[in-house]
Design a protein around this ligand. Structure first.
Ligand code: HEM
Length: 413
């Protein structure tokens, strides 16, 4: 049995390595040789003001088997989201850590449960958004078809979640492009074409988004409506200003790129596998197909936890304070759970993928993302046989999000 030192890897930590797609072969090697493996982190150059600072992370334990990702996710006190945040990059300062602890995703019990119940109870019912999701998906697809194609990412995959978020978060639809820019700046931090590792852009983006959220909250306090924002800032237990801004911004970011990458990655899957596309056109169950796209793409490839005590995972000792990364993308290809995981199967059932996480932080917008993708692929189905690539597209340089920045296609006859 190799020791963890024999199976060291930097490639899974290096954002640039994901430009060619997630390193699935490396994840398979880790699952079989060292399912809890130590990964040193490459040094990153961060732009700050007019200069640069170098930042080297602490290194981390990469958890790659399905069963172990589930086990760690279900012990939020031992594997904490609050101790050092939920992201692979370490907080850059105490203020940074404090900010991440105000996000639902960076909280532990019992605070996490209290805020989560508050947010869930403010969300509109599934039925309330169903018609508008259907209408947005249908009109985006029909415009795309009328144009004879275009960039799947900009024209369809990014637009649908933005339109749905604008409805959900109570902003005029013309302001949805602010969501696009904020989310890109925050999540695309590592990509030289987007966030460019620029701390100043990151900080400015948060200030801008919070300013917008404060104005929105003030408006609803003055004139409440029957909507998500009013439910959070009015009533017997209103969220204070800071809690509201953090909750609102988390929804903007969490509901945005994730669904974009699911849709563009799903279309890429159909383009890459013509037989699969034929079966899809012939009448595959769209819900099952979307679940397989979720497994295949795994838009969020990992989240972070920090051990709060000395412990072990799969026999590997973990020290208090160690960073532990839960690789959903590796778990979603675990051959002990999925038959032929490297072969996409749009009828896969059961499909216990972990793309929405598992445990107390399980995605609270998963139903919306599924509904958006089901409506989009239902509207697109009659045109799938005519879809052709019009270029290679380009992928995000990110070890966190698995997505395309651009995916040009045409619609032939
Ligand atoms: C394909 C689309 C999506 C994917 C792949 C996805 C993935 C995830 C994952 C993996 C988590 C777990 C975080 C953890 O364990 O630390 C999560 C949490 C979360 N997601 Fe999603 N998500 C998607 C769509 C959405 C949408 C549409 C919304 C809202 C409109 C949303 C809001 C959230 C929030 C607020 C959390 C934090 C929950 C908590 O900490 O209790 N997500 N998501």
């Amino acid at each position: 049995m190799p020791t963890p030192d024999d199976v060291r890897t930097t490639s899974i930590a290096d954002a640039a390595a994901y430009r060619q797609g997630p390193p699935l072969a490396e994840f398979a090697r880790l699952r079989s040789q060292a399912p809890v493996a130590w990964v040193p982190e490459p040094t990153r150059r961060l732009r700050s003001g007019s200069g640069f600072v170098e930042h080297t992370g602490t290194g981390f334990w990469a958890v790659t088997r399905h069963e172990t990702v589930v086990a760690a996710s279900r012990q939020p006190t031992l594997f904490s989201s609050a101790a050092r945040g939920a992201f692979l990059s370490d907080p850059k300062s105490w203020a940074d850590l404090e900010r991440s602890r105000q996000l639902l995703i960076g909280m532990d019990p019992p605070e996490h449960g209290v805020l989560r119940r508050r947010i869930v109870s403010a969300m509109p019912t599934r039925a309330a958004l169903a018609q508008s999701i259907h209408d947005h998906a249908a009109s985006l697809v029909s415009a795309f078809v009328a144009e004879g194609g275009g960039d799947v990412v900009a024209d369809v995959a990014a637009e649908l979640p933005l339109l749905v978020l604008a409805d959900l978060l109570g902003v005029p639809s013309q302001d949805r492009h602010l969501f696009f820019e904020w989310s890109n700046n925050l999540v695309g931090f590592d990509d030289p074409d987007i966030g460019g590792n620029d701390v100043t852009t990151f900080t400015r983006t948060i200030a801008e988004a919070f300013g917008y959220a404060r104005r929105l909250a003030n408006d609803r306090r003055r004139s409440p409506r029957d909507d998500f924002v009013s439910a959070l800032v009015t009533g017997p237990e209103p969220l204070d200003e800071s809690a509201f801004c953090h909750a609102w911004l988390l929804m903007v970011v969490a509901g945005n790129e994730t669904t974009r990458h699911l849709i563009s990655g799903g279309i890429d899957l159909l383009l890459e596998h013509p037989r699969l596309a034929e079966r899809f056109v012939a009448g595959a169950d769209v819900s099952k197909a979307v679940d397989e796209m979720l497994r295949w793409v795994t838009p969020i490839m990992q989240f972070r936890r920090t051990a709060t005590a000395d412990t072990e995972l799969e026999g590997q000792p973990i020290a208090e304070g160690d960073k532990v990364i839960l690789y959903y993308i590796a778990a979603n290809h675990d051959e002990t759970v999925f038959d032929s995981p490297e072969v996409p199967d749009l009828a896969r059932d059961p499909n216990p993928h972990l793309s929405f996480g598992v445990g107390p932080h399980f995605c609270l917008g998963g139903h919306l993302a599924r509904q958006e993708a089901v409506e989009l692929f239902t509207a697109l189905r009659p045109h799938v046989a005519r879809l052709r690539r019009a270029g290679s597209g380009s992928r995000l340089a990110s070890n966190f999000m698995n997505g395309f920045k651009e995916l040009p296609v045409t619609l032939g006859r």
